[in-house]
Design a protein around this ligand. Structure first.
Ligand SMILES: [Zn+2]
Length: 81
């Protein structure tokens, strides 16, 4: 028996500093998230595709998409870089 799964893979890339959120109207810390689709076999990810990057409000989880080339100008603290 082979157990496979498909889901979303979310990775926090770093903190983006404070922005005013267009949804909850709080001025709050945003973070940059990488969200991709993943395919697991026995809970081991074997494929990732459709990578997208979002600036995400940490209060209401509102996110808006940013381009990969723009990420570095948003991330203030280089987590893992
Ligand atoms: Zn918000």
């Amino acid at each position: 028996m082979i157990i496979v799964g498909v889901g979303n893979n979310m990775v926090k890339l770093g903190d983006a500093g404070y922005y005013k959120c267009p949804r909850c109207h709080n001025e709050c810390p945003f973070c940059v998230m990488e969200i991709s689709k993943k395919f697991d076999v026995f809970w081991i990810p074997v494929a990732k595709w459709d990578k997208r990057y979002y600036l995400t409000c940490t209060i209401c989880s509102y996110g808006y998409e940013v381009q990969k080339e723009e990420i570095n100008q948003y991330i203030k603290t280089g987590a893992g870089v």
